[in-house]
Design a protein around this ligand. Structure first.
Ligand SMILES: N[C@@H](CCC(=O)N[C@@H](CS)C(=O)NCC(=O)O)C(=O)O
Length: 242
């Protein structure tokens, strides 16, 4: 059994999708990020970065003992290796998947996350955010262009459907909110519609749906917990949760 520490956000969906695709037994431990569950001492032991997703595999594939993992890319690789699914272990296919997985983890995810911040949350804070918002939207647009070029010659990012696609897909789902015309990236549109129609993907993004509360619905407490974090504030949050 795998415990999944989870909130229904794009980073969480990567893992709920993979668990559904692999038909693994898992238990969701719902996290309320606005209330600061990511600072609870028991969670920080698993994920010292105060971010979800994280998992505990109670029977890990190496020695059968419990193993905790944080960072979505590390979790996807682990689950792919554990099941032998969606992550080829032979070169050069393994490297192809890793290229695109790391591209997502270091590029598409953080940039789309910033776009999300400026679209959904920055309006709650005073000041002119236009330069910053444009900077991230341009970079997101560039990354969509890169994807579109690659998907012109390949059905999926790294050949066959893989953990790289599962990592990237959730960060395209909010394209309307990010004011992106997905039809102008016709290969990304084809890829997106294909992945969205997969039953396991549909089940994955339904997990914890009732908990979803992006953007304007966020409470004052949520804004205070999730934004303007720095080294001092995270220590204080962790102390308050002891
Ligand atoms: N690099 C991390 C990013 C995870 C991440 O940013 N998670 C967000 C939700 S999507 C979170 O836990 N936020 C809590 C907070 O901001 O305090 C990963 O890929 O797992």
């Amino acid at each position: 059994m795998i415990d999944l520490y989870y909130a229904p956000t794009p980073n969480g969906w990567k893992i709920s999708i993979m668990l559904e695709e692999c038909d693994l037994d898992y238990k969701v431990i719902p996290m309320n990020l606005g209330k600061g569950d990511q600072f609870k001492p028991e969670f920080l032991k698993i994920s010292p970065n105060n971010r979800m997703p994280a998992i505990i595999d109670h029977e890990n594939k190496f020695d059968g003992k419990p193993l905790s993992i944080f960072e979505s890319g590390a979790i996807l690789m682990y689950l792919g290796e554990k099941t032998g699914m969606f992550f080829p272990q032979q070169s050069p296919n393994r490297e192809k998947v890793l290229e695109w997985l790391f591209w997502q983890i270091g590029g598409l995810g953080p940039m789309a996350g910033q776009v999300s911040h400026f679209v959904n949350y920055a309006p709650n804070f005073p000041g002119d955010h236009s330069y910053s918002e444009k900077r991230y939207k341009d970079e997101y647009d560039r990354l969509l262009g890169v994807m579109n070029n690659v998907l012109a010659d390949s059905e999926y990012l790294a050949g066959n459907y893989s953990i790289a696609d599962m990592a990237s897909f959730p960060w395209i789902t909010a394209y309307k909110r990010y004011e992106v015309d997905l039809d102008s990236f016709k290969n990304v549109r084809r890829w997106f519609d294909d992945i969205k129609s997969r039953p396991a993907v549909r089940r994955g993004i339904e997990v914890g749906k009732e908990q979803r509360n992006f953007g304007k619905g966020i409470t004052k407490e949520g804004l205070k917990t999730m934004f303007n974090q720095d080294s001092k504030s995270i220590s204080k949050m962790a102390k308050d949760k002891e």
